[in-house]
Structures are given as structure tokens and as C-alpha cells.
Design a protein around this ligand. Sequence first.
Ligand SMILES: [Zn+2]
Length: 237
Amino acid sequence: MSEPGSIIDATDALSSVPAAGSRRCAPQTGRIRWYFGPMDCGKSTLALQIDHNQARQGRHGLVLVRHDRSGRPQISSRIGISRQATEVADDADLRQLVRSRWASGQRVDYLVVDEAQFLSTEQVEQLAELADDAQVDVYCFGIATDFRSRMFPGARRLFELADELHPVQVEVLCWCGLQGRFNARVSGGRVLREGDTVMVADTDFADEVRYQVLCRRHFRTGELAAEPVSPAQLSFS
Ligand SMILES: [Zn+2]
């Protein structure tokens, strides 16, 4: 028989709730927020707005972009606002990029990354490291799935690692009126199912290949508009 004072509650060790003391010294980390939606849904505009709001609070940020539609290192939204940005190369180490800013005496409190679906999985992991170890807040904006409705590798890693997921849906509708969810690659009136994953719109191919936002059903069936009434149905013969 042991004395009452020496009794140890064995279930303490199994408790998933940490004691108040250890909660108080929980480390601070930055947060990764992933804003995703189809093209034309206003992601770039939102990215610029968030950068503006952060800067107004006296925070210092770095705006990064991959393959912006303007072809220049800036974020340009389709409603005409733009901002200088740093283009991220395929093999760029984002930790190194931030460290070089620190080395030149600049603070980096947050990162805004547009077209983040084009980041490599390694680059998304570098963002997680910056958030966890350097308390950098990360705001990523992009498209979840490619023209085949398959997830971009960078987008997939963001879904896996982000602290917050934010679907962005600003009145992008399929022609039928349902919510537009998929970016179909269209050429010659047909939905293309094969091809390179990365082909940025507004290029020389724009005449032949374009993107159209469709609901899931019409992405699946490949119908690009309401069936036109055939001439035969209109004739009396
Ligand atoms: Zn539809």
C-alpha cells in the first residue's frame, strides 16, 4: 500500500491536452494560408489587397510570382491593378531568397505568392520552414487543378501543409449558371484532355487555345455552350 500523496495518475501521460504551463510556452509560428479557385475568380486582386493591408499595418512583405499572365515580374489582376513582384525561378530556394533580404537589412514579415500552383513541392516545403522557423506569414494564391482536373503538384502540397484553406469564388459561373470549378483547355470548340500541364494563357497560342471555366458536369461532358437548335428542328419540312 502506498501513501495517498505518492499516488500518480497514470492517465496523465496519455492526456492529449497539455498542461496550462506548456501551452503558454508554445512556440510562435507563421501561418500558411492557401487561397484557391478557378481562373478569373479574383485571386490576384485579393493578393494585392492583402499585401496592401499588411503594408498599411507597417509590416514588410515580399511579393512573389510564378508565370504571371503579364509575362513580367509583377502581379497583375484582370481588373487592372498591378504591383512589382519577384519572379520565382524553377529552382529558386525561397529560404535563400528571404535570407538575402535579411542580409541586406530588410525585414520580411510576410510573403505573398501568386500563381502558387506552379511552385515545386520543395518550394512549398521551404515556405513551411519559413513559417515555422522564422515566423513568416505566407499567403498563397492559385489554381488547384490543371486543365485535366488533376491537382498541380504545388497545389497538392499546399493542401497538405497549409494552416488555412480558403476557396475563392467570385461569381465565376459556368455557361449553365452553376459554379465554375474547372479550367478547361479549349481548342477548335473542343475540350482538350491531353497536353502539357503548364501552358500559360495570353500567349502566342491564344488564338488557337483558350481556357474556359466550367462546372464539373460540363467539364466532364465537354459541352461548351447550350446545344444550338439544329436547322432541321426549325424547318417545317
Ligand atoms: Zn455547367
